[in-house]
Design a protein around this ligand. Structure first.
Ligand SMILES: Cc1cc2nc3c(=O)[nH]c(=O)nc-3n(C[C@H](O)[C@H](O)[C@H](O)COP(=O)(O)OP(=O)(O)OC[C@H]3O[C@@H](n4cnc5c(N)ncnc54)[C@H](O)[C@@H]3O)c2cc1C
Length: 326
Protein backbone atom coordinates (compact mmCIF):
# COMPACT_ATOMS: atom_id res chain seq x y z
CA UNK A 1 0.00 0.00 0.00
CA UNK A 2 1.42 3.38 -1.03
CA UNK A 3 0.70 6.38 1.22
CA UNK A 4 1.42 9.73 -0.41
CA UNK A 5 2.15 12.50 2.09
CA UNK A 6 3.80 12.36 5.51
CA UNK A 7 1.56 14.86 7.28
CA UNK A 8 -0.65 13.72 10.15
CA UNK A 9 -3.13 11.94 7.85
CA UNK A 10 -0.52 9.90 6.01
CA UNK A 11 1.53 9.14 9.11
CA UNK A 12 -1.50 8.01 11.12
CA UNK A 13 -2.70 5.88 8.23
CA UNK A 14 0.71 4.21 7.95
CA UNK A 15 0.97 3.62 11.71
CA UNK A 16 -2.45 1.99 11.79
CA UNK A 17 -1.65 -0.13 8.72
CA UNK A 18 1.51 -1.39 10.45
CA UNK A 19 -0.52 -2.17 13.54
CA UNK A 20 -2.88 -4.19 11.35
CA UNK A 21 0.00 -6.18 9.93
CA UNK A 22 0.51 -4.32 6.64
CA UNK A 23 3.70 -2.80 5.33
CA UNK A 24 2.91 0.62 3.90
CA UNK A 25 5.38 2.65 1.88
CA UNK A 26 5.16 6.35 2.76
CA UNK A 27 6.41 8.89 0.25
CA UNK A 28 6.79 12.59 0.98
CA UNK A 29 7.43 15.36 -1.51
CA UNK A 30 9.04 17.71 1.02
CA UNK A 31 12.39 17.70 2.75
CA UNK A 32 10.86 16.78 6.10
CA UNK A 33 7.99 14.77 7.52
CA UNK A 34 5.15 16.28 9.54
CA UNK A 35 3.44 18.42 6.90
CA UNK A 36 1.57 21.41 8.26
CA UNK A 37 1.13 19.65 11.59
CA UNK A 38 4.78 20.32 12.33
CA UNK A 39 4.13 24.07 12.03
CA UNK A 40 0.82 23.98 13.86
CA UNK A 41 -0.44 24.65 17.37
CA UNK A 42 -1.30 20.94 17.30
CA UNK A 43 -4.63 21.18 19.08
CA UNK A 44 -6.67 18.23 17.77
CA UNK A 45 -10.26 19.09 18.54
CA UNK A 46 -13.94 18.72 17.82
CA UNK A 47 -16.95 20.85 18.63
CA UNK A 48 -18.50 19.88 21.97
CA UNK A 49 -21.91 19.61 20.43
CA UNK A 50 -22.55 17.94 17.07
CA UNK A 51 -25.39 20.34 16.26
CA UNK A 52 -23.02 23.27 16.72
CA UNK A 53 -20.53 21.59 14.36
CA UNK A 54 -23.34 21.27 11.78
CA UNK A 55 -24.45 24.84 12.31
CA UNK A 56 -20.90 26.20 12.00
CA UNK A 57 -20.04 24.10 8.93
CA UNK A 58 -23.50 23.87 7.32
CA UNK A 59 -22.43 22.83 3.83
CA UNK A 60 -20.33 19.84 4.89
CA UNK A 61 -21.36 16.20 4.48
CA UNK A 62 -23.26 15.27 7.66
CA UNK A 63 -22.08 11.64 7.51
CA UNK A 64 -18.40 12.62 7.34
CA UNK A 65 -18.87 15.20 10.05
CA UNK A 66 -20.59 12.61 12.25
CA UNK A 67 -17.71 10.16 11.69
CA UNK A 68 -15.08 12.67 12.78
CA UNK A 69 -17.12 13.94 15.69
CA UNK A 70 -17.90 10.42 16.97
CA UNK A 71 -14.47 8.86 16.41
CA UNK A 72 -12.19 11.64 17.56
CA UNK A 73 -12.09 10.84 21.28
CA UNK A 74 -11.16 7.19 20.64
CA UNK A 75 -8.70 8.24 17.97
CA UNK A 76 -6.95 10.50 20.48
CA UNK A 77 -6.75 7.61 22.94
CA UNK A 78 -5.25 5.48 20.16
CA UNK A 79 -2.62 8.15 19.54
CA UNK A 80 -1.81 8.20 23.25
CA UNK A 81 -1.58 4.39 23.25
CA UNK A 82 1.22 4.70 20.66
CA UNK A 83 3.18 6.89 23.08
CA UNK A 84 1.99 10.41 22.23
CA UNK A 85 1.89 12.58 25.34
CA UNK A 86 -0.67 15.40 25.39
CA UNK A 87 0.69 18.74 26.58
CA UNK A 88 -2.85 19.91 27.32
CA UNK A 89 -5.69 17.57 28.21
CA UNK A 90 -8.21 19.98 26.81
CA UNK A 91 -8.34 22.77 24.27
CA UNK A 92 -8.83 25.76 26.62
CA UNK A 93 -11.77 26.73 24.38
CA UNK A 94 -15.22 26.26 25.96
CA UNK A 95 -16.75 25.47 22.55
CA UNK A 96 -14.47 22.54 21.82
CA UNK A 97 -12.88 19.46 23.31
CA UNK A 98 -9.68 17.69 22.35
CA UNK A 99 -5.99 17.54 23.19
CA UNK A 100 -2.88 19.46 22.36
CA UNK A 101 0.39 17.70 21.50
CA UNK A 102 3.93 18.81 20.84
CA UNK A 103 4.04 18.74 17.02
CA UNK A 104 7.74 17.91 16.85
CA UNK A 105 7.42 14.96 19.24
CA UNK A 106 4.30 13.71 17.48
CA UNK A 107 6.11 13.82 14.14
CA UNK A 108 9.12 11.99 15.57
CA UNK A 109 6.85 9.33 17.05
CA UNK A 110 4.97 8.68 13.82
CA UNK A 111 7.44 9.37 11.03
CA UNK A 112 9.59 6.26 10.94
CA UNK A 113 10.69 5.67 7.44
CA UNK A 114 8.98 8.16 5.19
CA UNK A 115 10.89 8.50 1.92
CA UNK A 116 11.57 12.23 1.67
CA UNK A 117 11.76 14.25 -1.55
CA UNK A 118 9.73 11.56 -3.29
CA UNK A 119 6.57 13.03 -4.85
CA UNK A 120 3.57 10.92 -5.81
CA UNK A 121 4.36 9.53 -9.27
CA UNK A 122 1.63 10.48 -11.78
CA UNK A 123 1.33 6.81 -12.82
CA UNK A 124 1.09 5.41 -9.26
CA UNK A 125 -1.15 2.37 -9.06
CA UNK A 126 -3.86 1.51 -6.54
CA UNK A 127 -4.03 0.67 -3.71
CA UNK A 128 -3.10 4.17 -2.72
CA UNK A 129 -3.84 6.67 0.04
CA UNK A 130 -3.75 10.31 -1.02
CA UNK A 131 -2.71 12.44 1.95
CA UNK A 132 -0.97 15.33 0.20
CA UNK A 133 -2.57 18.13 2.23
CA UNK A 134 -4.94 19.72 -0.27
CA UNK A 135 -4.08 22.53 -2.68
CA UNK A 136 -3.36 25.50 -0.44
CA UNK A 137 -0.27 26.56 -2.34
CA UNK A 138 -2.16 26.59 -5.64
CA UNK A 139 -5.15 28.47 -4.21
CA UNK A 140 -2.91 31.09 -2.58
CA UNK A 141 -1.05 31.67 -5.84
CA UNK A 142 -4.27 31.92 -7.88
CA UNK A 143 -5.78 34.49 -5.50
CA UNK A 144 -2.57 36.38 -4.59
CA UNK A 145 -2.91 35.36 -0.96
CA UNK A 146 -0.11 34.44 1.44
CA UNK A 147 0.60 30.79 2.28
CA UNK A 148 0.64 29.83 5.94
CA UNK A 149 1.33 26.12 5.65
CA UNK A 150 3.91 23.62 4.51
CA UNK A 151 5.24 24.76 1.11
CA UNK A 152 4.51 21.52 -0.79
CA UNK A 153 0.73 20.95 -0.78
CA UNK A 154 -0.13 21.95 -4.31
CA UNK A 155 -3.06 19.80 -5.38
CA UNK A 156 -1.26 16.57 -6.27
CA UNK A 157 -4.22 14.48 -5.11
CA UNK A 158 -6.62 16.37 -7.36
CA UNK A 159 -4.25 16.07 -10.30
CA UNK A 160 -4.03 12.33 -9.72
CA UNK A 161 -7.67 11.54 -8.99
CA UNK A 162 -9.80 13.86 -11.12
CA UNK A 163 -8.68 12.58 -14.54
CA UNK A 164 -9.34 9.04 -13.26
CA UNK A 165 -13.00 9.69 -12.44
CA UNK A 166 -13.04 11.22 -8.95
CA UNK A 167 -15.08 14.32 -8.23
CA UNK A 168 -14.73 17.33 -5.99
CA UNK A 169 -16.95 18.55 -3.18
CA UNK A 170 -18.49 21.95 -2.72
CA UNK A 171 -16.37 24.73 -1.28
CA UNK A 172 -13.36 24.48 -3.59
CA UNK A 173 -12.88 28.24 -3.18
CA UNK A 174 -12.88 28.10 0.63
CA UNK A 175 -9.89 27.84 2.90
CA UNK A 176 -8.96 27.70 6.54
CA UNK A 177 -6.59 30.55 7.14
CA UNK A 178 -5.57 33.52 9.16
CA UNK A 179 -5.16 37.22 8.62
CA UNK A 180 -1.45 38.02 8.79
CA UNK A 181 0.61 41.21 8.53
CA UNK A 182 1.03 42.08 4.84
CA UNK A 183 4.47 42.28 3.24
CA UNK A 184 6.99 43.77 3.79
CA UNK A 185 6.46 42.03 7.14
CA UNK A 186 8.77 39.03 7.34
CA UNK A 187 6.87 35.89 8.25
CA UNK A 188 8.95 32.80 8.96
CA UNK A 189 7.34 29.41 9.62
CA UNK A 190 7.82 29.85 13.35
CA UNK A 191 5.86 33.13 13.11
CA UNK A 192 2.74 31.52 11.65
CA UNK A 193 1.04 31.30 15.06
CA UNK A 194 2.31 34.40 16.93
CA UNK A 195 1.86 36.78 13.98
CA UNK A 196 -1.78 35.86 13.29
CA UNK A 197 -3.74 39.11 13.55
CA UNK A 198 -6.56 37.73 15.66
CA UNK A 199 -8.39 40.87 16.70
CA UNK A 200 -10.47 41.34 13.56
CA UNK A 201 -13.67 41.19 15.61
CA UNK A 202 -12.84 44.59 17.14
CA UNK A 203 -11.34 46.16 14.03
CA UNK A 204 -12.80 48.33 11.32
CA UNK A 205 -11.84 46.64 8.06
CA UNK A 206 -10.95 48.78 5.07
CA UNK A 207 -9.85 47.88 1.56
CA UNK A 208 -6.66 49.37 0.17
CA UNK A 209 -8.71 52.12 -1.47
CA UNK A 210 -10.48 52.97 1.77
CA UNK A 211 -13.81 51.16 1.31
CA UNK A 212 -15.32 49.99 4.57
CA UNK A 213 -15.88 46.21 4.42
CA UNK A 214 -16.32 45.62 8.14
CA UNK A 215 -18.69 42.64 8.39
CA UNK A 216 -21.68 42.92 10.75
CA UNK A 217 -20.54 39.77 12.59
CA UNK A 218 -17.19 38.02 12.91
CA UNK A 219 -17.02 34.36 14.02
CA UNK A 220 -14.97 33.43 17.12
CA UNK A 221 -12.27 31.86 14.94
CA UNK A 222 -12.11 34.80 12.48
CA UNK A 223 -11.73 32.34 9.62
CA UNK A 224 -14.64 34.10 7.92
CA UNK A 225 -12.66 37.35 7.89
CA UNK A 226 -9.65 35.62 6.36
CA UNK A 227 -11.92 34.38 3.56
CA UNK A 228 -13.41 37.86 3.09
CA UNK A 229 -10.57 40.36 3.01
CA UNK A 230 -8.62 39.14 -0.03
CA UNK A 231 -4.96 39.85 -0.75
CA UNK A 232 -4.70 43.13 1.20
CA UNK A 233 -6.75 45.14 3.69
CA UNK A 234 -6.34 47.41 6.70
CA UNK A 235 -7.37 46.61 10.24
CA UNK A 236 -8.11 49.88 12.05
CA UNK A 237 -8.19 49.76 15.86
CA UNK A 238 -8.31 52.20 18.74
CA UNK A 239 -5.30 50.84 20.55
CA UNK A 240 -2.39 48.53 20.08
CA UNK A 241 -2.11 44.96 21.37
CA UNK A 242 0.46 42.17 21.57
CA UNK A 243 -0.23 40.91 18.04
CA UNK A 244 0.09 44.37 16.52
CA UNK A 245 3.39 44.86 18.31
CA UNK A 246 4.56 41.47 17.02
CA UNK A 247 3.58 42.60 13.51
CA UNK A 248 5.45 45.86 14.00
CA UNK A 249 8.57 43.97 15.09
CA UNK A 250 8.29 41.85 11.94
CA UNK A 251 8.35 44.99 9.78
CA UNK A 252 4.60 45.37 9.05
CA UNK A 253 3.20 48.62 7.75
CA UNK A 254 1.34 50.31 10.61
CA UNK A 255 0.06 53.86 10.28
CA UNK A 256 -1.33 56.26 12.88
CA UNK A 257 -4.46 57.97 11.55
CA UNK A 258 -5.45 61.61 12.20
CA UNK A 259 -7.90 60.48 14.87
CA UNK A 260 -5.12 58.58 16.67
CA UNK A 261 -6.26 55.11 15.65
CA UNK A 262 -3.84 52.55 14.28
CA UNK A 263 -4.15 51.05 10.80
CA UNK A 264 -2.36 47.72 10.28
CA UNK A 265 -1.82 46.51 6.73
CA UNK A 266 -2.90 42.87 6.60
CA UNK A 267 -3.26 40.01 4.13
CA UNK A 268 -5.24 36.79 4.10
CA UNK A 269 -3.10 33.66 4.33
CA UNK A 270 -4.17 30.15 3.35
CA UNK A 271 -3.45 27.32 5.78
CA UNK A 272 -5.39 24.61 3.98
CA UNK A 273 -8.16 24.20 1.50
CA UNK A 274 -11.63 23.14 2.64
CA UNK A 275 -12.98 21.68 -0.57
CA UNK A 276 -11.37 18.53 -1.93
CA UNK A 277 -12.01 15.04 -3.19
CA UNK A 278 -15.42 13.56 -2.43
CA UNK A 279 -14.96 10.55 -0.12
CA UNK A 280 -17.24 8.19 1.78
CA UNK A 281 -17.02 7.44 5.49
CA UNK A 282 -14.28 4.86 4.81
CA UNK A 283 -12.26 7.68 3.23
CA UNK A 284 -12.63 5.93 -0.15
CA UNK A 285 -12.55 8.35 -3.05
CA UNK A 286 -15.94 8.32 -4.77
CA UNK A 287 -15.67 6.93 -8.28
CA UNK A 288 -12.17 5.50 -7.87
CA UNK A 289 -11.57 1.93 -6.72
CA UNK A 290 -8.65 1.26 -4.39
CA UNK A 291 -7.92 4.91 -3.71
CA UNK A 292 -8.50 6.64 -0.39
CA UNK A 293 -8.10 10.33 0.50
CA UNK A 294 -7.28 11.28 4.06
CA UNK A 295 -6.77 14.60 5.82
CA UNK A 296 -7.46 17.77 3.92
CA UNK A 297 -7.16 16.06 0.53
CA UNK A 298 -10.74 15.03 1.34
CA UNK A 299 -13.40 17.72 1.09
CA UNK A 300 -16.80 17.97 2.68
CA UNK A 301 -15.90 18.27 6.36
CA UNK A 302 -15.63 21.95 7.28
CA UNK A 303 -17.49 23.35 4.27
CA UNK A 304 -19.01 26.73 5.03
CA UNK A 305 -17.07 27.15 8.26
CA UNK A 306 -14.14 26.02 10.35
CA UNK A 307 -13.23 22.76 12.05
CA UNK A 308 -10.04 21.01 13.13
CA UNK A 309 -7.92 19.97 10.16
CA UNK A 310 -5.90 17.74 12.46
CA UNK A 311 -9.04 15.91 13.63
CA UNK A 312 -9.94 15.35 9.98
CA UNK A 313 -6.42 14.03 9.33
CA UNK A 314 -6.43 11.72 12.35
CA UNK A 315 -9.87 10.19 11.85
CA UNK A 316 -9.73 9.84 8.06
CA UNK A 317 -6.18 8.45 8.26
CA UNK A 318 -7.46 5.72 10.59
CA UNK A 319 -10.58 5.12 8.49
CA UNK A 320 -8.53 4.63 5.32
CA UNK A 321 -6.13 2.19 6.97
CA UNK A 322 -8.90 0.15 8.57
CA UNK A 323 -10.94 -0.03 5.38
CA UNK A 324 -7.96 -1.17 3.35
CA UNK A 325 -6.97 -3.79 5.91
CA UNK A 326 -10.52 -5.12 6.39
C1 LIG B 1 0.44 27.60 11.80
C2 LIG B 1 -0.61 26.51 11.78
C3 LIG B 1 -1.37 26.26 12.92
C4 LIG B 1 -2.35 25.26 12.88
N1 LIG B 1 -3.00 24.95 14.04
C5 LIG B 1 -3.89 23.93 14.02
C6 LIG B 1 -4.50 23.48 15.23
O1 LIG B 1 -4.15 23.91 16.34
N2 LIG B 1 -5.47 22.53 15.15
C7 LIG B 1 -5.83 21.96 13.96
O2 LIG B 1 -6.70 21.10 13.95
N3 LIG B 1 -5.22 22.31 12.81
C8 LIG B 1 -4.25 23.26 12.83
N4 LIG B 1 -3.61 23.59 11.67
C9 LIG B 1 -3.99 22.89 10.41
C10 LIG B 1 -3.38 21.50 10.37
O3 LIG B 1 -2.00 21.58 10.56
C11 LIG B 1 -3.73 20.82 9.04
O4 LIG B 1 -5.11 20.83 8.87
C12 LIG B 1 -3.26 19.38 9.03
O5 LIG B 1 -1.88 19.33 9.30
C13 LIG B 1 -3.59 18.71 7.70
O6 LIG B 1 -3.02 17.41 7.73
P1 LIG B 1 -2.81 16.60 6.39
O7 LIG B 1 -2.04 15.39 6.77
O8 LIG B 1 -4.10 16.45 5.70
O9 LIG B 1 -1.93 17.57 5.46
P2 LIG B 1 -0.48 18.15 5.66
O10 LIG B 1 -0.12 18.32 7.05
O11 LIG B 1 -0.41 19.35 4.78
O12 LIG B 1 0.46 17.02 5.07
C14 LIG B 1 0.49 16.73 3.70
C15 LIG B 1 1.88 16.22 3.35
O13 LIG B 1 1.88 15.80 1.99
C16 LIG B 1 3.06 16.24 1.37
N5 LIG B 1 2.86 16.32 -0.07
C17 LIG B 1 2.33 17.30 -0.80
N6 LIG B 1 2.31 16.98 -2.10
C18 LIG B 1 2.85 15.74 -2.20
C19 LIG B 1 3.12 14.86 -3.29
N7 LIG B 1 2.86 15.22 -4.55
N8 LIG B 1 3.68 13.65 -3.03
C20 LIG B 1 3.99 13.30 -1.75
N9 LIG B 1 3.79 14.11 -0.69
C21 LIG B 1 3.20 15.31 -0.90
C22 LIG B 1 3.32 17.57 2.02
O14 LIG B 1 4.68 17.96 1.87
C23 LIG B 1 2.94 17.29 3.47
O15 LIG B 1 4.03 16.79 4.21
C24 LIG B 1 -2.59 24.54 11.69
C25 LIG B 1 -1.79 24.75 10.56
C26 LIG B 1 -0.80 25.72 10.61
C27 LIG B 1 0.10 25.91 9.41
Amino acid sequence: MLVAGAGLAGLVCAARLRELGRRPRVIEKGTRAGGSMLLSSCVIWRHLDFDVFRAECPDGDPALQRLIWERLDDALEWLISLGAEPVWDDTENPRTTGKRFDPRKLTELLARDAELETPLPPDAEAPLVLACGGFGKRLAAERSLLLRANPWSDGAALDYALPRGARTTQGMEQFYGRVMPAPPARIREEDFVPLAQLYGAVAQVLTDDGRDITPPHVAWHENDLANTIGPRAWYVVAETNERIEAARAAGATIETLDDGRLAVHVAAAVTHTIGGLAVDTNAQVAGLDGVWAAGVDAGGVATGGYASGLAQALVLGLAAAEDFAA
